[in-house]
Design a protein around this ligand. Structure first.
Ligand SMILES: *Cc1c(COP(=O)(O)O)cnc(C)c1O
Length: 436
């Protein structure tokens, strides 16, 4: 029995993609193997000709496939491709769309690894990027050129917790046949399903909320299966032209699934960031509790953000769950079941206050990661945002006194108690104002 599209999210997160023939293991087995035996010549030829069945783990593996089917179901997408990290997912997604001489329009508030990929690596391959403030729809529209092959943004940005107006940005792309690719790592399919709002491709770092326990890295690309050759074929000749031997194009063979199949058959296995079946298994296990964790993390985060907002040491809290956040109303439109668990708090005491806080927490872990069951803390200015200029950092909401929290599933009273003890001795102003 599998869970159909009519069943609820939490049902699908534990049942979708799982096999249940009689006497097969209930948990998805870990097919830790490089390849699979062929029963005869025809089967091996069939595998190489159409990719049907399993031949080699870089092109398909049953443990990986089970997780892919589960993620496609949760995102409401057509198919998912699991890869070895979130970076790999972003890279594979963009390389399926853009090549030398092409251009992409990207949110200026994105994960530093993605920003570096665009500025250093993809630039060397001849892919040019224009960074824009994606909350300014006119700026997005103005940045599009005839060479633009993708719009790219994160659903909920780090550090300012900006919410992407998915439908509005997708619409700008749709006017010209350009797909919107979103990194939905911070929102997970539990809080937001971008494909339902018009995004064409969704990527995640599965290392974060999907795996959930900080043990493995992984990434996923979910394609919506709505490629329209008539509207977009001119932008993506590799999807509509005959193959190297003059055979049918991806669009002829796969119709609206052309882009997804190109990702699966050409880009992911050739560039080669294959996931380990063991990691895939752990991501699959993680996903089974996704809704419970994100619900709890979001509820805890809201309590912690409200508590911090009232503290005298705190200058500002950028959490979209707070009514004070400029994107709170947009958050209400897009986010279901919570507002996520990652946000920043800026202390009045500046760098030294932030240093004191990250070095004084006991329960909360000082490390670079997010979406974990454990609460985590990091100082963005000196880490994730250190490669930006002061003005770029300020636009992203990163100041010397800013720390990023990723709230876990602990009892919230214990998280507050830890922050309270860690704030002891933190000055409530950068320099004490002497009142005469
Ligand atoms: C962590 C992260 C990535 C990169 O993922 P890895 O699994 O670390 O490679 C990409 N985007 C966002 C928003 C992330 O948080």
């Amino acid at each position: 029995m599998t869970a159909g599209a009519d069943t609820g999210f939490s049902t699908r997160q534990v049942h979708a993609g799982s096999v249940s023939a009689p006497a097969t293991p209930r948990a998805t087995p870990i097919y830790l193997t490089a390849g699979f035996t062929f029963s005869d010549l025809d089967e091996s030829a069939e595998h190489f000709g159409t990719g049907a069945g399993f031949g080699y783990s870089r092109t398909g593996n049953p443990t990986v496939q089970a997780v892919e089917e589960r993620l496609a179901s949760l995102e409401g997408g057509d198919q998912a491709i699991l890869v070895s990290s979130g970076q790999a997912a972003v890279t594979v997604a963009l390389l399926a769309l853009a090549g030398a001489g092409d251009h992409v329009v990207v949110s200026e508030h994105i994960y530093e690894g993605t920003r570096g990929l665009l500025l250093d690596n993809l630039a060397r391959l001849g892919i040019e990027t224009t960074f824009v403030d994606v909350s300014d729809l006119d700026a997005v529209r103005a940045a599009v050129t005839p060479r633009t092959k993708a719009l790219f943004a994160e659903t909920l940005s780090n550090a300012r917790n900006d919410v992407l107006d998915v439908a509005a940005v997708a619409e700008i792309g749709a006017e010209r046949g350009i797909p919107l690719v979103v990194d939905s790592t911070f929102t997970t399919p539990y809080l937001l399903r971008p494909i339902e709002h018009g995004a064409a491709v969704v990527v995640h770092s599965a290392s974060k909320f999907l795996a959930g326990q900080g043990a493995v890295l992984g990434g996923v690309i979910v394609d919506d299966g709505r490629f329209d050759a008539a509207a977009s074929g001119h932008l993506f000749p590799h999807l509509v032209q005959t193959d190297r031997l003059g055979g049918a194009s991806y669009a002829e063979k796969h119709g609206p699934r052309a882009r997804g199949q190109y990702l699966r058959e050409s880009v992911a296995p050739r560039f080669g960031p294959s996931p380990s079946p063991l990691n895939a298994f752990l991501i699959g296990q993680g996903i089974e509790t996704l809704s419970l964790r994100v619900e709890r993390q979001s509820a805890n985060a809201l309590v912690v953000a409200r508590w911090l907002e009232d503290r005298p040491e705190v200058e500002r809290v950028d959490y979209v769950g707070l009514a004070s956040h400029p994107h709170h109303a947009l958050g209400e439109k897009y986010l279901r079941g919570g507002h996520g668990s990652v946000f920043t708090v800026t202390l009045r005491g500046g760098l030294e206050a932030a240093r004191h806080l990250v070095q004084s927490v006991r329960l909360i872990t000082h490390m670079t990661h997010l979406g974990d069951v454990r609460s985590l803390i990091l100082h963005p200015q000196s880490t994730s945002h250190s490669a930006r200029t002061v003005s770029e950092r300020e636009r992203a909401g990163v100041f010397p006194g800013t720390v990023r929290l990723s709230i876990g599933i602990e009892d919230v009273g214990d998280i507050l108690a830890d922050l309270e003890q860690a704030l002891v001795g933190v000055p409530s102003a950068e320099r004490e104002t002497v009142v005469l």
